[in-house]
Write a protein that binds this ligand. Structure first.
Ligand code: FYN
Ligand code: ADP
Length: 597
């Protein structure tokens, strides 16, 4: 059971006044009092937190009511994992920690996946979880939802704190905020035992105990010699390349990053969530020549991107190395806020440690007006590859097979995103992810939200809810049918809050594809297939949204245009060829036994 509704709770919200500290009525004799519930809310509000994503139940039911009564937006989900993903991506979008609120033990564990994912992706998030009675937990006497949550959370997040006394709530929230957003952002766990909430404190003392965090994410100015070293290396390059990662998108230094790329004239490659930092149609984008530029570049400047698996650890064949672990000979500049990131996979010749805004502005200052553009033969070779790939893609997209396939469906999405560049795009799946990434151009920063560093499935509806709530823009969620299943019940949440989310399920009846059979001839289907002809659109209709089954690009286009225009919750079941799709999409080779198709 994920969570339990408080059986003792009153049916309707109490008439709590929406003012700050001191909401507990004081009689004539006693001083004005407050309590743990209100101090948590006041501490969050004091620090500019305006939204909580969560799921009520013991012991935080009343906290959600009181938070709403106090003017916070409380978005209540059907499963904590989705609330957690929502909080984490709100953190990415806003640079403020996204707050996820869960009940104890199972609810906490459900939220923990999202917390770990936030930490892995460098998204600032605070998982606030209620917990059971400390004395009983510590003696393992079998409390309701007993669990030593703090100990379990610790290895999976950047920092973990517990508050036992109402007087310490201010410090606890301040520490959690600083830990989440300063330096390399990440997930923070805040453990609030049930007994904390009703603790009464004099209102004045409570007010004084709260902390408004000053400068929660201080700028980190790079050392001048580090900047010079990087510029020297870049200046000497014959085939330079800039690699933009989601750290660059997070930093909100959009104008300077664009100026750096344009003033140096260096081709750039966006990682998937950095797409749109510069428009994907930018002439310096080398995205369509990826497999050419990585091995051919001689100096690569990483800005907010790690040389992890997504970049083949900076070595091996992807980078022109002879064997799978051989260095390709590139020199690397790495701009990153974490001083420990450099050399984690290959030698970094010029680490520039600092926040991206400060680093990029220092690099720009060092470049000055007379910077020579990269050699024409390098730019020409990239343009040739890019044009060839773009032409090949255009040819594929122009086809109109029946049934639809990923390309003909995504050609529609590509047009819709082009016509609505402010819309948010959420994307998960295997083939649905990979094809969308290369087919659908992005035009503005932080519009593309996807599976990130772990390639995690399940972010879809949580990210969509947060994207709509935070941005107010229409959200388009491109989902594999398998990926959608992880968070599909949140279509009720989307309908309940009447969010402008258009979910498009690229439905090929299974994981990767839908045509596998049980080799034994037995009754059970293959582990990789789902019910054939599933009517996902009816799920949205069940909660009052719009459901559409689309079997042609024209039907898909009409449904998406209507959804964007009406802003009504919509789910389009885009039926595609069940034979379309390869195992794990572009990362087939990571399957230990699958043969590369
Ligand atoms: C890219 N490409 C294009 C374009 N953009 N061609 C034409 N036009 C445009 N606009 C080309 C690009 O040059 C590549 O071709 C190809 O399309 C794929 O580009 P992509 O997707 O950028 O590159 P690639 O090799 O797939 O990148 C590796 C990767 C990526 C690991 C970064 O696959 C990735 O982000 N994967 C995440 C996978 C994941 O998490 N899956 C979820 C779990 S699935 P060539 O240059 O010819 O190669 C569980 O099973
Ligand atoms: P991608 O998956 O897009 O390659 P990663 O998540 O691997 O991106 O890398 C993001 C990097 O950005 C991390 O190493 C992180 O430390 C860094 N980063 C995040 N925010 C900032 C910031 N404001 N300034 C500098 N670096 C940052």
């Amino acid at each position: 059971m994920a969570s339990v509704t408080d059986p003792a709770a009153p049916a309707a919200a109490p008439a709590t006044p929406p003012s700050g500290v001191g909401q507990i009525a004081a009689d004539a004799q006693s001083p004005e009092m407050t309590d743990g519930f209100h101090l948590v809310i006041d501490a969050l509000k004091l620090n500019g937190i305006d939204t909580i994503f969560g799921l009520p139940g013991i012991p935080i039911t009343d906290l959600t009511r009181k938070a709403q009564a106090a003017g916070l937006r409380v978005i209540s989900f059907r499963h904590e994992q989705n609330a957690g993903y929502a909080a984490s991506i709100a953190g990415f979008m806003t640079q403020k920690p996204g707050i996820c609120l869960t009940v104890s033990a199972p609810g906490f564990l459900n939220g923990l996946t999202a917390l770990a994912n936030a930490t892995t992706n460098c998204f600032p998030m605070i998982l606030i979880s209620g917990s059971s009675e400390r004395e009983v937990v510590d003696l393992q006497q079998g409390d309701y939802e007993e669990m030593d949550q703090l100990a379990i959370a610790k290895p999976l997040c950047k920092a973990a704190f517990r508050v036992l006394h109402a007087e310490d709530i201010g410090v606890g929230i301040a520490r959690a905020i600083r830990a989440a957003v300063s330096g390399r952002p990440g997930g923070v766990y805040l453990d609030l035992p049930a007994k904390l909430f009703p603790q009464a404190v004099e209102a004045e003392a409570g007010r004084k105990s709260l902390i408004k965090v000053v400068d929660p994410a201080p700028r980190q100015i790079p050392a001048q010699d580090a900047v010079q070293r990087a510029l020297e290396l870049l200046k000497g390059a014959k085939r330079p390349l800039i690699l933009l990662g989601k750290g660059a998108a997070y930093a909100q230094a959009d104008a300077d990053i664009r100026a750096l790329v344009e003033r140096t004239g260096i081709p750039y490659l966006p990682m998937s969530m950095a797409k749109g930092l510069l428009p994907d149609t930018h002439e310096q984008s080398a995205a369509a020549a990826r497999s050419y530029v990585l091995p051919a570049a001689d100096v690569v400047m990483l800005i907010g991107a790690r040389l992890n698996w997504l970049l083949s650890h900076g070595k091996g064949k992807t980078w022109g190395g002879k064997g799978s672990k051989d260095w390709g000979g590139q020199k690397f500049i790495q701009v990153d806020i974490s001083p420990q990131e450099a050399d984690s996979n290959v030698r970094i010749d010029a680490p520039v440690v600092g926040d991206i805004g400060s680093c990029v502005s220092a690099l720009l200052a060092g470049i000055g007006p007379g910077w020579a553009k990269p050699p024409a033969d390098w730019l020409g070779a990239i343009a040739e590859r890019r044009n060839k790939n773009v032409a090949k893609m255009a040819e594929t997209l122009a086809r109109n097979p029946s049934p639809m396939n990923f390309h003909s469906a995504l050609n529609v999405v590509r047009d819709i995103v082009k016509a609505n560049p402010d819309a948010m795009l959420v994307n998960e799946g295997a083939n649905a992810l990979d094809f969308t990434r290369s087919i659908v151009d992005m035009y503005k920063p932080r519009k593309r939200l996807d599976v990130g560093t772990w390639g995690v499935m399940g972010i879809g509806m949580g990210f969509s809810v947060a994207a709509a709530v935070v941005s107010g823009q229409p959200v388009i969620a491109i989902e594999g049918d398998s990926a959608f299943g992880f968070s599909g019940m949140e279509v009720e949440t989307i309908c309940r809050y009447n969010l402008p989310v258009c979910v498009v399920i690229l439905n090929n009846n299974g994981v990767y594809r839908g045509d596998e059979v049980n080799p034994t001839g037995g009754r059970d289907p293959s582990p990789l297939v789902f019910v054939k002809g599933a009517r996902y659109e009816m799920l949205m209709e069940a909660f009052g949204g719009v459901g559409v089954k689309a079997t042609t690009p024209a039907e898909l286009r009409r449904a998406m245009e209507d959804a964007i225009a009406s802003r009504r919750p919509t789910l389009v079941n885009a039926v595609i060829d069940e034979g379309a799709g390869t195992e794990s999409g572009r990362i087939t080779a990571l399957n230990p036994s699958a043969k590369k198709k």
